[in-house]
Design a protein around this ligand. Sequence first.
Ligand code: C2E
Ligand code: MG
Ligand code: MG
Ligand code: MG
Length: 287
Amino acid sequence: EAKRTGGNHCTMFEPAMRERAARRADIESDLRLALVEEQLFVVYQPVVGLREDGGTDFSAGVEALVRWQHPARGVVPPFEFIQVAEESGLIGALGDFVLRRACRDFMAWQRELGSGAPRLLAVNLSRAQLAQPDWPATVQQILDLEGMHPSQLQLEVTESLAAQDQQVQDRLHELKAIGITLALDDFGTGYSSLSSLHQLPVDTVKIDRSFVCQADTSQHHRVLIEATVKVAQSLGMNTVAEGIETEAQAAAVRGQQCAKGQGYLFSRPLTSPALLDWLRAALPAAA
Ligand code: C2E
Ligand code: MG
Ligand code: MG
Ligand code: MG
């Protein structure tokens, strides 16, 4: 079967592959310039607390998400350049930029909003960042420089990353020793399972959007969310439902005792000034 179609595949995909390689090279050289010319910026998506009384805590936290304002192509989404950054070694500089900028913005919100400011900042991590032995020290330096407490920072890693070799595991434990918490991103999409959760040094489990988007319509997905929340709770971990788009999905994940949620229902990712407006609008009128 593979042999019969193999020849065709080669001739059909060769031009596409060449095109992809050329596009990748373009992105890489443009990205190199983008880092120097400060075309990258960071947006923030609120992570809200889903209170047991049915209320919503709008100041629970935010997730930092990188964006690229390309001079010719407009705003480029991360899925188009994160992998290129990883493969070309640019992810270190990109990751440090995002972390620094996000910590600085986070501290500005504290000054601006006091108790109404987000309490937790989540930043996505790449494997290459963890490969640098001195990276935990770099994070500590950034926190010190910005005057941010380590417990206010949460680093997000994927299942495949968290379950990696001993070197990565050691680094994650070093970060935890600083007082930073770790979240397992996109849970349910990787290869690890509920039974291996206890082996990962994470404090929070983020349930992937692919489960959450069917929380209200599929009993199967609801059961999976319920099981994830129960296991996480029994291990002393928090849970966040990603990608909540409707009230029905929010009600469904609340019903499964999921403590936090994130998604377009509450807010799309926002620039720092837009986030401040959003938070101010959410605050009680007296504040
Ligand atoms: P992620 O960490 O799982 O981030 C959540 C993604 O889901 C974001 O996409 C967010 O905009 C999107 N999202 C949030 N709520 C909803 C919703 O209700 N519906 C839908 N359809 N989507 C929703 P984004 O910003 O395009 O980022 C994609 C991925 O790129 C992130 O997934 C993360 O893995 C990666 N990424 C983003 N910023 C960074 C970064 O600074 N460093 C690294 N290493 N990776 C990053
Ligand atoms: Mg994330
Ligand atoms: Mg995610
Ligand atoms: Mg995702």
